[in-house]
Design a protein around this ligand. Structure first.
Ligand SMILES: [Zn+2]
Length: 131
């Protein structure tokens, strides 16, 4: 396969309206969001015993960081039984990639193979691609 063919194939499989690919999934896809933070805070309040002082809550940003630290490999999705979202390669190990719209606010999540992840990260095409 030629580089131009590979690039056209990737472009063709990117969800329509979401042309901006970024490695990893946003925090909410990993359960790191405002509602989870609130729930975490409420569980600290619920655990209070009579005469306990009020719990000290981490600021939201700090809480997000500590949650991220709990799952350092969160963007390594492991074995997937579906084909790569971008090159349609056979089932195998998949990695998280996000396709954002031009506002960079709305997005779609993708599970891609290692070759496609490297292409998104640094533009390097897979070994089977040549000019
Ligand atoms: Zn792929």
């Amino acid at each position: 396969m030629k580089t131009k063919q590979y690039e056209a194939m990737i472009r063709n499989n990117i969800p329509k309206g979401y042309p901006n690919l970024v490695c990893g999934w946003p925090d909410p896809e990993h359960g790191i969001h405002w509602d989870a933070y609130r729930s975490d805070c409420m569980s600290l309040v619920d655990a209070m015993q009579p005469d306990d002082d009020a719990p000290v809550f981490k600021p939201f940003k700090e809480w997000c960081e500590s949650e991220r630290d709990k799952i350092p490999d969160r963007n390594d999705l492991g074995f997937y039984t579906k084909r790569c979202c971008l090159c349609q390669s056979f089932p195998g190990d998949r990695f998280a990639v996000t396709a954002f719209d031009d506002s960079m606010e709305d997005y779609d999540t993708l599970a891609v193979c290692n070759d496609c992840l490297i292409y998104i990260a640094n533009g390097e095409t897979p070994n089977y691609v040549s000019d």
